[in-house]
Write a protein that binds this ligand. Sequence first.
Ligand SMILES: *Cc1c(COP(=O)(O)O)cnc(C)c1O
Length: 433
Amino acid sequence: MTASDNPHPETICLHAGFDHDPATGAVAPPIYQTTSYQFEDTEHARRLFALEEPGNIYTRIMNPTNDILEKRIAALEGGAAGLAVSSGQAASTLSIQNIARAGDNVVSSTDLYGGTWNLFNHTLPQQGIEVRFVDPADPEAFRRASDEKTRAWYAETLPNPKLQVFPISEVAAIGREMGIPLIVDNTAAPVLCKPLEHGAAVVVYSTTKYIGGHGTSIGGMIIDGGNFPWEQHPERIPLLNQPDPSYHGAVWTEAAKPLGPIAYALKARTTLLRDLGCAMSPFNAFLFIQGLETLPLRMRTHSENARQVADYLAEHPAVSRVIYPTHQEPKFRERADMHLRGGYGGLLGFELKDGAAAGRKFIEQLKLFYHVANIGDARSLAIHPATTTHSQLSEEEQLATGTSPGYVRLSIGLEHIDDIKADLAQALEAARG
Ligand SMILES: *Cc1c(COP(=O)(O)O)cnc(C)c1O
């Protein structure tokens, strides 16, 4: 694949997991738009179903195009295996269901994407999995909130709107003492942060955002770090250590041994993807592979543009506060510098002095920025959370999540920085008027 023993992200994103198609010589990853795969003979079929040999059975569970994406993202993260799923929401749901069942609990950071908040606050509890929320500012809060039924801890690397980097290293280290794996949603900071290097056990993505990068497709990814000693914690993690009646009594830590340290990913694929069916379509996997090819380049430009916008807004008379890692108090700035490399990402928030009315007016005046509920597009995007994504919350709850009435969230795109600034300038001027 490459002459280098330790290829860089730019190289991994172009080469890992696929060189060329052996059947045709095609260099671009083919779209294997097929539901099923011819078995060589009955013995081959038996071996595949018995997990004695890896191979393709049915596209709900595996597909060669998805496999390329899985291998590429796993390599980028330094993980052991990837599992492509139909959305970021499916990735976070499966990441929990894979090791927690009714009667168990999970401890999560309060700073979460809205969809994850609803999943954790309503749907998982309705299914018997309790989620306990703690303030991520204090890593020890995770220990205090845990008991013998706690199966995982969950957090986002760079959660908006506060954009305070999660203390991955500190929390993961405490979890490893207790046998509790940390699951990190790294959607906002691919390439910039590698949660596994900081001790996380599992990484999840909404590939919909920066990995796709062009606002075309919904998808998700789960990466098994291959770095968590599940077997040393049989009481803590029964679902990977006890016989699974849904797969002829397989013990996943044992079943994975011939394949590598992939017990977690193997179980998620062979039971949850099989039963819940949230598979990624091969066509979307192809589009995410296209996005991945330029991801390191794009993250650099997103980060550089956003840093310049932060500096610009910080000097603007209509703006009372800029929310971006470079403009945070030292404690959070240091955490950002400890966990992010090569930039602080493309997400940025700011507060308008004149509150909610100015926020609405500002959004309406934007010409270049799209007004959408999305992030991570190549195009610049803006939204006023108080009247949209956070409008169901009371004002008190809004403030607790970091959403003040005049707060505006930007996802800075890849346009020329001067054009981005010009659009912000004219909209800020109009919002004041
Ligand atoms: C968008 C998003 C999700 C959910 O992803 P979908 O692909 O929309 O299901 C999860 N986490 C974060 C941080 C997100 O931004």
